[in-house]
Design a protein around this ligand. Structure first.
Ligand SMILES: Nc1ncnc2c1ncn2[C@@H]1O[C@H](COP(=O)(O)OP(=O)(O)OP(=O)(O)O)[C@@H](O)[C@H]1O
Ligand SMILES: [Mg+2]
Length: 299
């Protein structure tokens, strides 16, 4: 078998084991700031790849490359074994790479079904009397949400009245409906409580079970471990750990997220601050729990 460019594909690799998206030693510099360096990562259909890392580790930079918002300045980025360099998110979307950002691009006052089809409305009738096919959009949105196991009382309600978790779920169902093969989620659980996070994790698993490759960005090793097949931990722009589920335990993952040395340094620093009882500091795993309102969306 050959690609359109004549390269011979490895016939020995079964279709389902070939990554849809792959980075090989990829990196990104903003002027002389090197935000990402030498990162390799593969996203397979039906698998969840978790990208973990502290603030400023390069997580958003990584997904901006894959989602077509920014371009890599070193290494390779491949989709279906073919080197690519997207210049707009539209190009990524055309290759089936959909991104759900934390500040979801929804119109709060519009009904749920309308948001589901935002920018890709269904129409009926011939030009010039073409108009929105409202009934079909409502019916389809309802079916698709149910298919993903998401039951909302009323699709007429403004999407702004849904909880953050529910909105994430609608966005996931939307991406699945519009044919995403790779779904990128940038910290979908960062601002959510325990129960709502659980709901979002459930739909991450549902998207995976439908055969999508999922890239799940998170600060929280517990959330990652609940659904992840592979784990990539970024630190200061480079990969500190890249392991499959059977190669790493939750405890090890947590330790990678908050190295013992850093924790000790933090305790030491805080001990100089009057009124902070460092003995009362939470244990390591609690320190890595998600922080509500994490700064996001830096362009
Ligand atoms: N547009 C930009 N111009 C210059 N530097 C940038 C730009 N975007 C990101 N950076 C720098 O790149 C590094 C990685 O940032 P990035 O946003 O990818 O981190 P992150 O892991 O997503 O962090 P957070 O958890 O806070 O969202 C940071 O040092 C940041 O200051
Ligand atoms: Mg970020």
């Amino acid at each position: 078998m050959t690609t359109p460019h004549g390269a011979i594909l490895k016939d020995t690799v079964p279709e389902e084991e070939r990554p849809i998206v792959e980075l090989r030693g990829a990196g990104k510099s903003y002027g002389n700031i090197r935000a990402l360096h030498g990162v390799s990562l593969a996203v397979h259909p039906g698998k969840v790849t978790c990208v973990l890392g502290d603030n400023g580790a390069g997580k958003s930079t990584l997904i901006k490359i894959i989602s077509g918002l920014h371009q890599h300045t070193e290494g390779e980025f491949l989709v279906d074994d073919e080197p690519v360099r997207f210049t707009t998110p539209r190009e990524a979307l055309d290759r089936g790479i959909a991104t759900v950002y934390q500040d979801l691009a929804t119109v709060p006052l519009m009904p749920v079904w309308r948001n589901f089809f935002l920018g890709s409305e269904m129409t009926k009738g011939p030009w010039p009397v073409r108009r929105l096919d409202i009934d079909r959009m409502k019916r389809t949105a309802d079916e698709e949400l149910r298919n993903m196991g998401i039951v909302l009382d009323d699709l007429e309600q403004p999407i702004g009245t849904l909880s953050g978790g529910q909105r994430q779920c609608v966005a996931i169902a939307r991406a699945v409906y519009f044919g995403a093969r790779v779904l990128i989620l940038d910290e979908p659980t960062a601002a959510l409580g325990v129960k709502q996070s659980g709901v979002v994790l459930k739909y991450i698993a549902a998207a995976r079970d439908r055969g999508l490759g999922v890239i799940f960005i998170t600060h929280n090793p517990h959330h990652a471990y609940m659904v992840g097949d592979r784990f990539s931990v970024l630190r200061l722009g480079t990969l500190e750990l890249s392991a499959s589920r059977d190669q790493v335990s939750l405890e090890e993952l947590t330790n990678h997220m908050a190295g013992g040395a850093e924790l000790a340094a933090l305790k030491h620093e805080l001990s100089q601050v009057r009124g902070v009882d460092v003995e009362e500091l939470p244990e390591e795993d609690e320190l890595t729990a998600p922080v509500a309102g994490t700064p996001e969306g830096r362009a």
